[in-house]
Design a protein around this ligand. Structure first.
Ligand code: T46
Length: 134
């Protein structure tokens, strides 16, 4: 059983003016980017997520600030601290996730492989366990 996630490191183009990172679908990240969204203005001690996806692939990037992503495959649990704009967490399907410990000013940029589809979500943990165990 794999952990259902990978860390992707981006190449930063640096010069005396600062840094630039370009992300291209099916190249910098391993899927076509069909949707982009970002999460910001999250109060301290708030937890987001609490669901899994059946087919969706996503990469999460701490464009600013930091937060923790807590992952659960039904067999393995991991916590990933994201704080670098040159690093992405690639979340594969069938991974229960919550996001917590948002720092002040944190921005989570998400690149998704599909358009928004509520039917792709599993928002009940028992249903998730049944889904991944069959
Ligand atoms: C995920 C984590 C990392 C939309 O209408 N379109 C969208 O593209 C998204 C992502 C959400 N929504 C609606 C659905 C809800 O009514 O926005 C509302 C808040 O979404 P949700 O409670 O799912 O947000 P998070 O932060 O708990 O989870 C989000 C993503 O939904 C999810 O796929 O993996 O970020």
């Amino acid at each position: 059983m794999t952990d259902n996630f990978e860390i992707i490191n981006f190449h930063s183009i640096d010069d005396i003016r600062g840094k630039l990172i370009a992300i291209e679908g099916e190249s910098s990240i391993p899927f076509e980017i069909k949707r982009v969204y970002y999460i910001y203005d999250v109060e301290e001690n708030v937890e987001r997520g609490g669901h899994a996806h059946k087919d969706l692939h996503q990469t999460l990037i701490a464009i600013s600030g930091s937060f923790t992503v807590n992952l659960d495959t039904g067999q393995n649990k991991s916590s990933i601290f994201l704080s670098r704009p040159d690093e992405a967490l690639w979340l594969k399907p069938n991974t229960w996730r919550t996001m917590s410990n948002f720092s002040a000013g944190a921005v989570c940029l998400v690149l998704a492989s599909e358009h928004y589809l509520e039917e792709d979500y599993i928002r009940n943990y028992q249903e998730f366990l049944e889904f991944v165990n069959h």
